[in-house]
Design a protein around this ligand. Structure first.
Ligand code: KG4
Ligand code: ZN
Length: 349
């Protein structure tokens, strides 16, 4: 049975062990029901997927199986908490790669059964927003949430931690996926986001007039596949059968800068529309693409103009991690425990 540590006044503190395996990071964290993060360990698989230019689901699942228990051990040891002192297991069971999620969900259920503690299942995209709450150390709700990563591009209306609804998502590629694919077209390697950002620094963002899907209508939706194809055609013309990446130089930098500007214009425009349509005055951002400095600057400009407050957590809480699953504390307080037959759910809705 779990042992609880004494809090002042005779109350007890409950330790949470959280698990994240939705994509290509194997992560575990320990935090308390007072949202004190005691450890946050991430084992990245980037090296395993780099030669394929993207995440290979089967390879991701197998790597999670190998890494998860060592990562859990590391998180417990860094926190100075033993398994017997864990009072709840939190896990992301949706959305993500089904095989990858299953590894985390199975481990969570196994650990919880062995310890005699509950499992609380949380939504990975909602946790990205909750990372802003965690980093801010104060309430951030109600807010508009923007999650931009390799797997997701989503705008959410977040009335409270447990009342987050999807305003709109992407119809095809996620923003980070577009960065990764365009990096591959330009021969810049994987993961593409940081490489494209570096290349774009030397380029002219107005050199190519790339499409900005839905930018001027009120739809809170995204589409990046046409943009990706436009970059491909600008690189090679329409005969892409023998396409090789463009050589380093001004043209390649211009392509990167123009592509990046198109993505950022759309993200900033949709964030602005979401703030206006909801009337909310806070914007909470998460996901790996929010590392992009130009995106941060564009979102800061939008928030300043709209009189809204911007929340972007530090990088270790922006990219995939298990500490953001502290959203589980909110569910745990309400007694919303996962059923014994909890399953992995690849799609959110
Ligand atoms: O949240 P994350 O670590 O993992 C998930 O995909 O869930 O996000 C990774 C994504 C990748 O697509 C990567 O290319 C992108 O975030 N990314 C960036 C930057 N750094 C990472 N995109 C644009 N600019 C960056 N500086
Ligand atoms: Zn994520």
């Amino acid at each position: 049975m779990a042992v609880h540590l004494a809090r002042g006044g005779g109350e007890v503190v409950t330790n949470f062990l959280a698990i994240e395996t939705s994509c290509d990071e194997t992560a575990a964290a320990v935090f308390t029901d007072e949202l004190r993060v005691m450890s946050n360990v991430v084992a990245s698989q980037t090296g395993l997927h780099a030669k394929f230019g993207g995440v290979v689901p089967e390879i991701a699942s197998r790597a999670h199986v190998r890494s998860l228990l060592p990562v859990v051990d590391e998180a417990l040891s860094r926190a100075g908490v033993s398994l017997a002192q864990v009072g709840c297991i939190a896990v992301h069971n949706t959305p993500g790669l089904v095989g990858a999620l299953l590894v985390g969900v199975s481990a969570a259920k196994m650990l919880a059964a062995g310890l005699g503690v509950p499992v609380v299942a949380v939504n990975h995209v909602q946790s990205h927003i909750y990372a802003c709450r965690l980093a801010a150390g104060r309430d951030i709700f109600p807010c508009v949430g923007l999650v931009v990563s390799g797997g997701h591009t989503a705008l959410l209306r977040c009335d409270s931690p447990l009342a987050m609804t999807l305003l709109g998502g992407t119809r095809d590629d996620a923003a980070g996926e577009a960065f990764d694919k365009v990096a591959a077209i330009l021969g810049l390697g994987f993961p593409g986001g940081p490489a494209v950002e570096r290349e774009a620094a030397a380029g002219d963002a107005a050199a190519f007039d790339f499409p900005r899907a839905f930018v001027s209508d009120g739809r809170l939706e995204f589409s990046f596949s046409g943009l990706k194809t436009a970059v491909l055609y600008a690189c090679h013309g329409q005969d892409v059968s023998r396409a090789t990446p463009p050589p380093p130089g001004k043209r390649r930098a211009d392509l990167a800068a123009s592509f990046q500007a198109a993505v950022i214009d759309v993200l900033a425009a949709k964030a602005k529309q979401a703030l206006r349509q909801t009337g909310l005055k806070r914007l909470a951002v998460g996901g790996g693409v929010s590392a992009n400095q130009a995106l941060r600057a564009a979102l800061a400009a939008v928030c300043e103009k709209e009189g809204a407050e911007l929340f972007i957590p530090p990088m270790n809480l922006c990219t995939d991690n298990a500490a953001m699953a502290a959203l589980a504390v909110e569910k745990w307080k309400r007694g919303e425990f996962a059923p014994p037959d909890l399953d992995a759910e690849p799609n959110w809705l």
